[in-house]
Every structure is written in structure tokens, then in C-alpha cells.
Unconditional design. Structure first.
Length: 261
């Protein structure tokens, strides 16, 4: 696959994403208020929060789909620093950043294979179309079985797998995944997270994932940030997050005070 080949050739250096003091608004509505976040090569950072707290807004800012009103978003790749707030979405994608959007956003009247091929639109991925397509169809056997089926006629879980595979077709260095559990049954959520974990570990993808399912997110996370009303209120590694009282109360439904009582 493309990433392993580059690593073997010694062509992959460090990649890091540094977000500092980002503010963003939708008109008079403040969606992000001073958000700061760091992500390093080969790690998975999870942005945790319930609906309406700014997770998807931050993803849009990273992808150049929404311009922050303040703050910086710096992507360093192989020693070269890129200010993402000054780039278009197409330019950011061309750097090797790919998004699996909330709600999947597939082309429902195109086949599975056609959706996958559209994922390879960026110039740097075109030379690896066959290799990437073979990889995706192997990694997601259900897509191989249904490659001639219209995407819109697939189940929600199958569509989520297709959305992830379409992102992989662009040969990403940084993969953004927005709310992969939305609209899926608990079993399909677990299967989706398992597949993301496999992809990340096998090919050392760097992943930023927005998610509200705490238990599933912790299966893949190296580090997490809790966002509430557009602000980061807590951050830490998996063990630290699991022991936080706010998280126990809001995400797990328990607290040490409850146990003590």
C-alpha cells in the first residue's frame, strides 16, 4: 500500500497538526471558543462531546470548509509547515488530508466502485488507484461483494465502510473521521471502530476523530479532548479520561460519589 511503500523507501518524515486558540462562528452563534489541540505522527486523537458542542465545526476548520475568526491551524509535513487557514479545501486535500464526513455524504446514485474512484481524485493518488482499490476491496470485503451496487441502496453500516474506504482512496497522511457512530446500531459502531483501529495500526495513519460514544472512542484513542460549548474543558490519555469525574458522570453514568453513597 502507498504509505508502507513510502516508509520503506525512507520518504515519510514527521507529520503533526497544531491547533491553537481557534475561534469560529456561524453568524452571531459562537461555535468554537479558543480551541487548542495537538496531534502527532501515527497517533489517534479523539475529540469527545455531545451534539452541538463544536466537534464538526473544528473538522470543517481543519479542512478549510469554515474560516476561523481567530487562531491558527498549522500542519507540518516532512519538515514543511502549512497554514491551513490560508488554504482552500482542495489545497488541503492535495496535501494528503482526507475527511470521512458526518452522515457519510456518498453519491447515492453511483455504484460502490464509482464512489471509490471519486475518492482518488487528488493528483498524488491517481498513480496508485489500482493498488488502493485492491486494498480497499480487501480491507472491506462487503464492498468487493457489492462494488456494482448503488451506494444509496446499501445499509447504513455498509455506507459507513464505503465512506471510510473512499477517504483511503486519496492516499491520506492525515485522516479526519467525523462522528462515525451516527445512525448505526451498537454492533455496527463496534465493527466500524474496529476497522478504523486496524487501518491505523497496520499503516500508521494519523487520525483525528470526532465522536460522542466514549466507550467506543477509547478503543482507538491515544489521547482525547473533551469539548463543551465550543471550549476544551479536559484532556488526557485514555486512563486519565476514564478516571475523570465529569466523564464518569456524563458519559458512563457513574461517579465515585455514587459508589460511595
Amino acid at each position: 500500500m502507498w504509505l508502507r511503500t513510502l516508509m520503506c523507501r525512507g520518504l515519510i518524515l514527521a507529520i503533526s497538526l497544531h491547533i491553537e486558540g481557534v475561534h469560529a462562528s456561524y453568524g452571531a452563534v459562537k461555535a468554537l471558543q479558543g480551541v487548542s489541540l495537538n496531534l502527532d505522527q501515527g497517533r489517534t486523537v479523539v475529540l469527545l462531546g455531545t451534539n452541538g458542542n463544536g466537534k464538526s465545526t473544528l473538522m470543517k476548520c481543519v479542512m478549510g470548509m469554515l474560516q476561523p475568526t481567530a487562531g491558527s491551524i498549522m500542519l507540518t509535513m516532512d519538515g514543511v509547515q502549512h497554514d491551513l487557514t490560508q488554504l482552500s479545501t482542495q489545497e488541503i486535500v492535495n496535501l494528503g488530508v482526507s475527511l470521512v464526513p458526518e452522515g457519510r455524504r456518498l453519491f447515492p446514485k453511483l455504484t460502490v466502485e464509482e464512489n471509490l474512484l471519486l475518492g482518488a481524485f487528488r493528483e498524488q493518488a491517481r498513480a496508485s488507484i489500482k493498488e488502493n482499490l485492491d486494498f480497499c476491496l480487501t480491507a472491506f470485503p462487503v464492498l468487493a461483494e457489492r462494488k456494482n451496487q448503488l451506494a444509496g441502496s446499501m445499509s447504513g453500516g455498509q455506507q459507513q465502510m464505503l465512506a471510510i474506504a473512499r477517504a483511503i482512496m486519496s492516499s491520506p497522511r492525515l485522516l479526519l473521521v467525523d462522528e462515525p457512530s451516527v445512525g448505526l446500531s451498537p454492533l455496527l459502531v463496534s465493527q466500524t471502530i474496529t476497522k478504523l483501529k486496524e487501518l491505523k495500526e497496520q499503516y500508521e495513519l494519523t487520525v483525528l476523530m470526532a465522536e460522542q460514544n466514549f466507550n467506543q472512542a477509547m478503543r482507538i484513542a491515544d489521547y482525547g479532548y473533551i469539548i463543551v460549548h465550543g471550549e476544551i474543558v479536559f484532556q488526557g490519555d485514555v486512563d486519565t479520561l476514564k478516571e475523570n469525574e465529569m466523564i464518569k458522570s456524563f458519559y458512563l453514568g457513574v461517579s465515585t460519589k455514587d459508589k460511595a453513597g
